[in-house]
Design a protein around this ligand. Structure first.
Ligand code: L34
Length: 293
């Protein structure tokens, strides 16, 4: 079993990005600038956005964090989106999800200029991705592709089982891995909460992408010997033994599954690390106007 060290992979890519920033500066060019909008005080969202801002600092990108209380109106949030769309200083921005219940996420996503949509959530980017056109690829799927690429894990002809059909992970990664492309050409099965006999599917899988948001959901009896495990879940479970009162676990029962796996990602220190890096890669693309020309 080989552990996929997300932190180390992320650091390698961050070093490459730092080098790119130095070259941009030497050439007298503008440094990429990412903005993030964070609504409310959700502790997980705060941690994720903090990692994004810190990572910008680490590679030499500019970053702007816009924080608003959970009771901000949808109208006021749309006004911020509009300002960011118009601000020439900002190359790309994200609105961290989830948003409070009174705000319609679809409306907010549709309001973001696709050229600045470094999350790749706008239907223009999603549609371009699905058709194999140049697009921003959502950060978590893009991070998974980076991980597979840099670990030299082949996907062509492989049986991939994705568990979870969210807009931001399960659905896009299943499209990407089945595309006729490098890091594609897999036979993908997208499983979800209404799948019958889930285990029949997962037992066939050469690669399992677990993105359901349920702690320790994938267990040893569900996987075959030699499987590659990409664990996207980040779940907080109570743990009185920890200072914080909780610990983070993935969607996969790591201790049970790891002995059967050829490769496995840890949580934390796995996919989450690459998610943040993928956002930086998209921000660089935005600054270089690579996606839309
Ligand atoms: N708009 N909303 C928008 N874009 C995104 O790409 C996200 N996502 C998901 C949630 N909402 C979003 C993220 O940023 C998940 N996600 C994310 C980002 C960073 C990390 C995990 C998920 C991360 O840094 N994980 C660390 C541990 C974090 C901790 O200590 O809590 C890790 O090592 O896994």
């Amino acid at each position: 079993m080989e552990l996929i060290d997300g932190k180390a992979l992320a650091n390698t890519i961050k070093d490459e990005l730092s080098e790119t920033v130095l070259q941009l500066k030497e050439a007298g060019k503008k440094v990429p600038h990412l903005a993030a909008v964070l609504v409310g005080e959700d502790p997980a969202s705060q941690a994720y956005v903090r990692n994004k801002v810190r990572s910008c600092e680490r590679v030499g990108f500019e970053s702007t964090l816009i924080r608003r209380p959970a009771d901000i109106s949808q109208e006021a949030l749309l006004e911020i989106v509009d300002q960011l769309n118009k601000d020439d200083e900002i190359d790309g921005f994200i609105v961290q999800l989830p948003l409070p219940d009174h705000i319609n996420e679809h409306v907010v996503t549709l309001a973001i200029d696709p050229k600045k949509d470094v999350d790749g959530f706008h239907p223009v980017n999603f549609g371009r991705m699905a058709q194999g056109m140049s697009s921003y690829i959502p950060a978590t799927p893009y991070g998974i592709l980076q991980m597979l690429d840099r670990m030299n894990i082949q996907t062509e002809g492989k049986e991939v089982v994705v568990v979870g059909r969210s807009n931001i992970v399960g659905t896009p990664i299943s499209i990407l891995l089945s595309r006729k492309a490098k890091l594609g050409n897999a036979t993908v099965t997208l499983c979800h909460s209404r799948t019958n006999n889930l285990k029949e599917h997962t037992l066939r899988a050469d690669i399992i992408i677990a993105a359901i948001g349920r702690a320790d959901f994938v267990t040893a009896d569900m996987v075959k010997e030699g499987v590659v495990i990409i664990d996207v879940g980040i779940n907080r479970v109570e743990d009185a033994g920890r200072k914080r009162g909780y610990r983070l676990v993935g969607d996969v029962d790591f201790d049970g599954v790891a002995p059967k796996a050829s490769y496995i990602t840890p949580v934390p220190g796995g996919v989450g690390q690459l998610t943040v890096v993928a956002l930086l890669l998209n921000t660089l693309k935005a600054a270089n106007k690579e996606v839309f020309g």
